[in-house]
Design a protein around this ligand. Structure first.
Ligand SMILES: Cc1cc2nc3c(=O)[nH]c(=O)nc-3n(C[C@H](O)[C@H](O)[C@H](O)COP(=O)(O)OP(=O)(O)OC[C@H]3O[C@@H](n4cnc5c(N)ncnc54)[C@H](O)[C@@H]3O)c2cc1C
Length: 412
């Protein structure tokens, strides 16, 4: 039996594409419209700083679904189409071209955009940001042509781009205001490991220092640091964080904080409107706080959860946060959510260098809040189960590689 309702999704990225697919998988027979302002059909951004940037085998496996998928599943994928505003009383999305689309349920998966550098010279040619395939294509050309690039920002994007550029044979100077790279997410103990891995690959670190200006003629040529040093740059990559795309939600009077505020069902304060992925500042029932996670796994899983709730279910999104990173030959996965002051216990020795295999555990009141496995696979599910078990753990057992992690779980 067909359903006369119309569900509209704004934002054709990972979260939006997964939500549209879930609506059909759950048996929804009404209209599904997926709007995206980009030219490409929904794709995964993860490879853009990694094998896609380096043009390595496998980089073409970028798209969330095959080209024919959307038509086959009667999903109206409208690319190159920007939603300009939401008419809440009329329950319509207003497109930039003036067309109005009626919705019964609306999902906002508008993602995030790179935070912009605002210093003298920031608009010079040769200054790059990385979010879209076209950005990665331009950056690849720039890195290939450059002798030295300067990466501004020692977070995940900056560090992954630096690793790719080194693997492509380009000199890299990496500038970060913190004393260690990725320190806010990883804490100092594991951030030191990454600092040393990059140094071992010849990255020139400038940590604990800001950037005052970019200088050049037609193009960027120099980066002026706050300590007065001047770095030569054939290109500059800026990776100083991302801002959630909340402009549409603002037009609808939806409550905003660190993104679009939702409850644990990914519902906003405006009836019928949901949010998921990088843009959602969602209540996490287990952690007891709101979180906006710019992680692939949140986009992957929140989209489907939002879809189920749009269909009238009432399921909470309570997955343990999870992300990963890939730099040189170092593969890591991080499960959980640790805040400053958590105690760190290591299983294995991060000082063993790039080939080190170790797990870092973060504990609060002897209970596991997060774990990060480096160069070891198959661990996150057990870490997640240990976090959820909410039990006091023995530090020595956690640190001992001879103790099976799963044996620390309560027997069922
Ligand atoms: C270079 C890079 C590397 C990454 N690597 C990792 C990694 O290793 N591990 C990890 O866990 N995560 C990684 N991430 C993060 C992960 O890719 C994101 O969390 C994920 O892409 C979020 O998906 P999303 O669908 O919420 O948002 P997005 O992917 O940003 O999609 C949102 C889409 O909505 C569109 N849009 C916005 N406003 C409108 C509008 N008004 N009308 C129409 N369309 C609109 C945007 O153009 C965009 O296409 C990486 C991100 C980047 C950029």
């Amino acid at each position: 039996m067909s359903d006369g309702r119309s569900f509209v999704i704004v934002g054709a990225g990972m979260a939006g594409a997964r939500a549209a697919a879930s609506l059909r998988a759950e048996g929804f027979q009404g209209r599904v419209v997926l709007l995206g302002e980009e030219h490409d059909r929904p794709y995964d951004r993860v490879p853009l700083s990694k094998n896609y940037l380096r043009s390595e085998p496998g980089y073409h496996r970028l798209f969330v679904h095959d080209e024919g998928y959307y038509a086959e599943h009667d999903i109206e994928l409208r690319l190159d189409t920007r939603a300009a505003s939401i008419d809440v009383p009329g329950r319509e999305v207003v497109l930039e071209c003036g067309e109005r689309l009626a919705y019964d349920r609306l999902l906002l998966t508008t993602g995030a955009d790179p935070r912009r550098l605002r210093i003298p010279g920031c608009d010079l040619d040769g200054v790059h940001y990385l979010r879209r395939t076209a950005d990665a294509d331009r950056l690849r050309d720039a890195v290939t042509a450059a002798e030295q690039i300067v990466v501004i920002g020692a977070g995940f994007i900056g560090c992954e781009v630096a690793a790719s550029a080194r693997l492509m044979g380009t000199e890299v100077a990496l500038v970060g205001t913190g004393e260690l790279p990725m320190c806010r997410a990883l804490g100092p103990e594991t951030a030191r490991f990454y600092r040393d891995v990059h140094a071992g690959h010849g990255v020139e670190w400038h940590l604990g220092v800001g950037v005052d200006a970019l200088r050049g003629g037609a193009r960027v040529e120099e980066v002026v640091l706050a300590d007065g040093s001047v770095l030569a740059a054939d290109a500059v990559v800026v990776g100083i964080g991302a801002e959630p795309r909340v402009e549409l939600a603002r037009s609808a009077g939806i409550t905003l904080d660190n993104g679009i505020v939702t409850d644990e069902h990914l519902a906003t304060n405006v009836p019928g409107i949901f949010a998921a992925g990088d843009v959602a500042d969602a209540w996490h029932p287990t952690l007891g706080r709101r979180l906006r996670l710019e992680h692939w796994s949140s986009a992957l899983n929140q989209g489907p959860e939002a879809a189920r709730n749009m269909l009238g279910n009432s399921t909470a999104y309570s997955r343990t946060p999870f992300f990963f990173s890939d730099q040189y030959d170092v593969w890591m996965e991080y499960t959980g959510y640790a805040t400053e002051g958590a105690e760190v216990v290591f299983r294995g020795d991060p000082a063993a260098g790039e080939a080190a295999e170790f797990i870092a555990f973060w504990l609060r009141e002897e209970k596991l809040v997060a774990g990060m496995n480096v160069n070891l696979k198959g661990v996150p599910d057990t870490i997640s189960a240990l976090i959820r078990a909410d039990l006091r753990l023995d530090r020595e057992a956690l640190a001992d590689p001879d103790v099976e992690l799963a044996s620390l779980l309560p027997s069922s």
